[in-house]
Design a protein around this ligand. Structure first.
Ligand SMILES: Cc1cc2nc3c(=O)[nH]c(=O)nc-3n(C[C@H](O)[C@H](O)[C@H](O)COP(=O)(O)OP(=O)(O)OC[C@H]3O[C@@H](n4cnc5c(N)ncnc54)[C@H](O)[C@@H]3O)c2cc1C
Length: 460
């Protein structure tokens, strides 16, 4: 793909700064509204007369609200996705998820204790009565089990033991869990039916969550794939264990995508094709073709090398906010390690800057592992990009993003030497977790403001 800027105008995803605030405000307002519903339902007064039941009601309401926010967070709603980016959404999803499941556990215990005290019965007996005699409780128990399984398998230690596909499949049970929990709320939950306002709120919240998932995780991808009909044009080796896949399709100039973004891809090339894999664009979208480049890290990335021209490519997305939209100033400094160069190579092609205003650091173990070298040197010559290749083995005795050869000079001292006015740059970083963390630390210590540091992690 030439490095000259494309002539065809390409639709770019837009982002409004207030979207993020609006999403945050909506989420917090729903939590406050739920608490207000509980208060208006004599929740505070009941804490005195029947602490367990009242506290149980509150934890149940908050858990349900967070569960719906969970679904909205991962529903791939474009305005939310572009405002937060996948890895921040995944991080918030984790926090809201574990908080929701903890509140659910508290809800189960407190309600059982409260009802047992009221019925003057044993706790276990009461739990059995609740599950077997209250409407919708058997479904809710199954839903709780599904949500519990999702939470347990999302604990880092457990997740590390699971293949990504197995974990992802188990995670889909969260939808089942949320669905099974709903009936008992409507049939048993006094707070859900106490007032027309409460009922309207909960039905709207559930409809919004279900609607968002259906529209943005199912409807939109089907529509975009039917419209753009992407197929593999060619597969080209790029370096050791790395290939580029060129894709052609219809009306690509109308696909709202920007350099720095990624898609989740499925290539219809045989068994296992339904497993989606995220790959970033490795060249700026030019309205006629897309390019991704992948390093062979396992079965999903390896099979890209065997793709045949004409193979149908299905995509979800584009996703990610490592784009021009987050940029604050004129100068840019890009830090890439290994295959993390893909989105940054695309950004260097798409972003406007004057000669000398852009600098790229490309980290690799060996010369042979440097990717897109010819394209980067062409960009360097044509657009005045300063390119630094950081080659060599990792330092064994300190956390550093620089090769061992730079030791013992502190990272930020090297950084200040190579980019004296780094604090005036927007810093874009992409690479393995630990390496990215080291670069972010250096950039902060070198005085780069937090809102000028942008990174994408290739692992969720
Ligand atoms: C936002 C993003 C952009 C990426 N862009 C690129 C790119 O441009 N080029 C490139 O070579 N790689 C990229 N990756 C990484 C790439 O998705 C994984 O290397 C690939 O999915 C590995 O799958 P596998 O079957 O080959 O190996 P596996 O053995 O299944 O996995 C290897 C590693 O990749 C992780 N992984 C597997 N499947 C997924 C998935 N669906 N989502 C997230 N992580 C997964 C696993 O947790 C594991 O750590 C990106 C990842 C993310 C999250």
């Amino acid at each position: 793909m030439s490095t000259t800027l494309s002539a065809r105008r390409v639709a770019r995803p837009s982002v409004r700064a207030w979207w993020r605030d609006a999403a945050g405000l909506t989420a917090w307002s729903s939590v406050l509204f739920v608490v207000a519903l509980w208060v208006s339902g004599r929740g505070v007064q009941d804490l005195v007369s029947d602490f367990f039941t009242s506290a149980g009601r509150l934890t149940g309401l908050l858990s349900a609200d967070l569960l719906l926010l969970q679904l909205l967070l991962m529903a791939r709603i474009p305005w939310v996705e572009r405002s937060y980016g996948q890895d921040e959404l995944a991080r918030r999803h984790r926090i809201a998820g574990f908080t929701s499941i903890t509140l659910l556990a508290a809800h189960l215990v407190l309600i059982t204790l409260g009802y047992a005290a009221t019925d003057r019965s044993g706790v276990l007996g009461e739990a059995w009565t609740l599950v077997t005699t209250y409407p919708g409780m058997l479904l809710a128990a199954a839903g709780t089990a599904a949500l519990g399984m999702v939470a347990v398998t999302s604990v880092r230690a457990a997740r590390r033991r699971l293949r990504y596909e197995s974990w992802h499949l188990l995670h889909l049970y969260a939808y089942l869990g949320a669905g099974l929990a709903l009936p008992h709320q409507l049939w048993t939950g006094a707070d859900f039916t106490a007032s027309p306002v409460a009922t309207a709120f909960w039905w709207t919240a559930y409809a919004a969550a279900a609607g968002a998932v259906l529209v943005f995780r199912v409807g939109r991808p089907i529509w975009l794939n039917a419209r753009h009909r992407l197929v593999v044009e060619q597969v080209v080796p790029e370096g050791r264990g790395v290939v580029s896949v060129y894709l052609r399709g219809r009306d690509l100039d109308r696909l709202p995508v920007a350099a720095g973004q990624f898609f989740v891809w499925r290539f219809a090339d045989g068994p296992g094709w339904t497993r989606g894999k995220p790959f970033s664009l490795s060249a700026a979208p030019d309205g006629s073709r897309l390019r991704i480049s992948a390093k062979d890290l396992g079965p999903g990335s390896r099979r890209l090398a065997t793709l045949r021209p004409g193979t149908r490519a299905f995509f979800e997305g584009p996703y990610g906010r490592l784009t021009a939209t987050v940029r604050k100033g004129r100068k840019i400094a890009l830090f890439a390690s290994g295959i993390g160069i893909t989105p940054l190579r695309a950004l260097l092609e798409e972003l406007p800057y004057r000669p000398g205003e852009a600098v790229l650091f490309q980290r690799a173990g060996h010369q042979a592992d440097l990717l897109f070298r010819r394209e980067l040197e062409d960009l360097a010559a044509r657009r005045g990009v300063r390119v630094h290749y950081l080659l060599g083995r990792r330092s064994r005795d300190r956390t550093s993003w620089l090769p061992a050869g730079y030791a013992p000079v502190p990272d930020e001292q090297v950084l200040r030497h190579l980019v004296p006015d780094l604090a005036a740059h927007d810093v874009y970083v992409c690479g393995p977790d630990a390496w990215t963390g080291a670069v972010l630390g250096s950039a902060r210590r070198a005085g780069v403001p937090a809102d000028r540091i942008h990174c994408e992690r290739f692992a969720w």
